[in-house]
Design a protein around this ligand. Structure first.
Ligand code: DHB
Length: 390
């Protein structure tokens, strides 16, 4: 809206009866959020979950922020960083979005970071988990989780449960390297030993030779991090090679028992212990309502990606309410320190690091009422990202 028109509206508002003011404000432009997700390609399950969560949030909240219409523009980057950067630029320059959000993979979030910095546009990471992402721009915050948070949670549990010799198997890029380092370092610090560290490529990994190495070296446990969507394939191969009956415990980040894939994985998942920030079985009233509403709308179960998207929308809209629709530095500042009850439990945004602080849960796959669920049985409360330097 032009300044002149705004001025005229202000004048009009001052002279007419209060009841007549509303239509003038209703004519204000919609506030826009640009969401970049992998809607196609190997990470499509991330896009599908977050897109579904955003639709639920919009339906529940009347599609408004700061009293204005809120428009969400979803763009598909297929998980390709060059595409992410181009889309981020277009959303900022052409669509004039107040915030960027989404980002299914670490390299995609990092590719968009300079756009956020240069245009002073807040960028909310709803999915990716490498610790350093929030250090790539002062305009980045996160509503997913970091892999150091997950890995430290799993390491603490391993050490308390007589797991002494371990191996790690991770996807060979940012979040996998974070997971490997923070799991191995913490396990070693607590007196355990790491026999070997295995890495698989992000694209088209072949787990067979890795699983043979694990079988040969017989650790007490194998710790695994694989990005969302690869869990079912890995579990199938783990079972096909008989490793589920070899006495080697499978543990890891919650992607291997993903709520989105658990039914497809089937009974080989039973008893597997993982660390993660969200289970669809989280026993709170807020989560029960979230899962019921999500399933009623979409006919599938929300996973941890959905919660990152849902919380991201909550963070952005609350911040827009606070700034009365202003963007830029005011908007990122309004995100810092926000605290709320997420479907996963209470979370807040650390004002110094812009990183999410959350409860890290230890869960075991169990059959309840005929379905497989990640049942939480232990947690580390209010865990800050161990990846940030103090
Ligand atoms: C990342 C991607 C994932 O699918 C996931 O589950 C965790 C982290 C990432 O690229 O950072």
């Amino acid at each position: 809206m032009s300044t002149r028109r705004q001025h005229l509206l202000t004048l009009a508002a001052a002279t007419v009866a209060p009841g007549l003011i509303a239509p003038a404000f209703a004519q204000q432009d919609a506030l826009k959020i640009g969401v970049i997700l992998p809607m196609t390609g190997p990470q499509a399950s991330t896009g599908r979950q977050i897109d579904a969560a955003i639709k639920l949030f919009m339906a529940q909240n009347g599609g408004k922020a700061a009293g204005r219409k809120l428009e969400v523009i979803i763009k598909d980057d297929a998980g390709v960083p060059d595409t992410t950067r181009r889309l981020a630029q277009e959303l900022v320059v052409n669509d004039k979005v107040s915030a960027l959000a989404g980002f299914g993979l670490t390299p995609c979030a990092l590719a968009a970071a300079p756009v956020a910095t240069q245009s002073k546009t807040p960028l909310v990471v709803m999915a990716a988990g490498t610790s350093s992402i929030t250090e790539a721009s002062p305009f980045i915050t996160r509503t997913s989780v970091t892999l150091p948070q997950v890995a430290v949670g799993m390491a603490e549990w391993s050490n308390k449960n007589n797991i002494k010799k371990v191996m790690t198997l991770v996807a060979d890029y940012g979040p996998g390297i974070d997971a490997e380092k923070f799991y191995a370092d913490r396990v070693t610090l607590n007196g355990g030993s790491v026999l070997d560290k295995l890495r698989t490529p992000l694209r088209s990994p072949d787990f067979a030779p890795m699983l043979q190495k694990v079988r040969d070296q017989k650790p007490d446990a194998l710790f695994v991090f694989l990005p969302s969507g690869q869990g079912a394939t890995f579990m199938k191969q783990f079972a096909e090679r008989g490793l589920d009956k070899s006495g080697i415990r499978l543990i890891g980040a919650g992607e291997i028992t993903d709520d989105d894939q658990l039914a497809a994985i089937g009974d080989v998942a039973l008893g597997i212990v993982t660390a993660h920030h969200y289970s669809a079985a989280h026993p709170s009233a807020v989560n029960k309502k979230f899962v019921a509403d999500f399933q009623a709308m979409h006919k599938f179960r929300p996973n941890f990606m959905a919660v990152g998207g849902y919380d991201g929308m909550r963070l952005i809209t609350k911040a827009l309410d606070i700034t009365k629709g202003a963007g830029g530095e005011a908007l990122i500042n309004a995100m810092k320190g926000q605290i709320w009850e997420s479907p996963r439990g209470e979370v807040y945004i650390d004002a110094q690091t812009r990183e999410i602080v959350l409860d890290m849960y230890i869960r075991k796959v169990e059959r309840v009422n005929g379905e497989l669920w990640n049942i939480e049985f232990d947690s580390i409360k209010a865990l800050k990202d161990p990846g940030k330097k103090k």
